[in-house]
Design a protein around this ligand. Sequence first.
Ligand SMILES: *[C@@H]1O[C@H](CO)[C@@H](O)[C@H](O)[C@H]1NC(C)=O
Ligand SMILES: *[C@@H]1O[C@H](CO)[C@@H](O)[C@H](O)[C@H]1NC(C)=O
Ligand SMILES: *[C@@H]1O[C@H](CO)[C@@H](O)[C@H](O)[C@H]1NC(C)=O
Length: 415
Amino acid sequence: MDIFLLLVTTTIIVQQILSEFQLKTEELKEVMRRMQHEMNRGLRLETHEEASVKMLPTYVCSTPEGSEVGDFLALDLGGTNFRVMLVKVGGDEERSFKVETKHQMYSIPEDAMTGTAEMLFDYIAECMSDFLDKHHIKHKKLPLGFTFSFPVRHEDLDKGILLNWTKGFKASGAEGNNVVGLLRDAIKRRGDFEMHVVAMVNDTVATMISCYYEDRSCEVGMIVGTGCNACYMEEMRTVELVEGEEGRMCVNTEWGAFGDKGELEDFRLEYDRVVDEASINPGQQLYEKLISGKYMGELVRLVLMKLVNENLLFNGEASELLKTRGSFETRFVSQVESDSGDRKQIYNILSSLGLLPSELDCDIVQLVCENISTRSAHMCGAGLAGIINQMREQRRQDTLKITVGVDGSVYKLHP
Ligand SMILES: *[C@@H]1O[C@H](CO)[C@@H](O)[C@H](O)[C@H]1NC(C)=O
Ligand SMILES: *[C@@H]1O[C@H](CO)[C@@H](O)[C@H](O)[C@H]1NC(C)=O
Ligand SMILES: *[C@@H]1O[C@H](CO)[C@@H](O)[C@H](O)[C@H]1NC(C)=O
């Protein structure tokens, strides 16, 4: 076949394969509607149990503006690194501000992660003690906020039961117990400093509150990183799991599990099914698996393998590495898409995977990355539109101006 014709046919077939990832506005609106429907099922007492989107109350409530000022200690535990921070909050009638004055990172040793809950929390208290010593504030009894990014069922702002460890943590005797209680006990066991543990929140909630200090219309928090989750301020009367009618409470949607009851079946592609089946939790967190960084690179790799098998890429031959699950890292997706146009970055990544790409190969790989990350962003945007519609309807407003606080590695690193 003539080389020009070959290029044209290749491009047309690649486009056909990628068209599955391009969602029409009508389809995205459908995702938005289904998300809102499932959110309402999660909020209502009689449907909560069976709803895929759990809508967990956080006990973080709307408060009078600018009421909290002074020095605070903040802890952040959500992975193998643990952070201690000293935060100053100040302000006046008009606005408040926060300044992170000091912070330190500690890494959690393997034996603390996998030993007993006492060992883990003793280690955390030891790090706090070290931090307070270094900054000469051990004599102060500071109020403390704890960002704890594991699944928790809250019973109050300062009381939450750890449901499951995730992310490689195993410390025994913690699951089923109040995390704030475990922390307070560890501080008591040391006896060399005192702390007033005021609140424990999730990373989504921490993101929302943190952004709220700078922008009073921030009432949604979203994480797009290894995982994907969002929270927002819901009317108390709608949060049926908690008594009370007045004001608003922040609800952690746990929307990553959207789709687990079949709501996304008409949107999930063959690649999504392979990713799910090979994961540690098949059938769970299906919406998250379309979006988050833990899966994005692998989705790209599966599409590349499909193109190789159809003889559309790399002369129909994959390297051993490309055939290996997990070899196409999510950070490669960002790197491929930020290539300056000379294909150098793309070429280097593909070479590191043992491939010898042509210019057309590089361009196709870039299209694959763009289509998959764009679908991720659109899916995420559709869910967010569901949340914002819900807020607008519950507030009985025709329009709503709202700010969304966003964090997470994919959001921060993807161009
Ligand atoms: C998806 O891929 C097609 C080629 O199949 C390309 O024309 C299009 O720009 C890509 N879309 C996005 C959003 O990257
Ligand atoms: C909190 O965050 C973690 C990690 O982001 C998540 O797995 C967990 O389900 C979240 N929700 C709650 C209510 O703890
Ligand atoms: C969490 O714990 C529940 C019951 O305690 C169990 O059914 C579920 O599979 C666990 N989930 C994970 C992700 O480990």
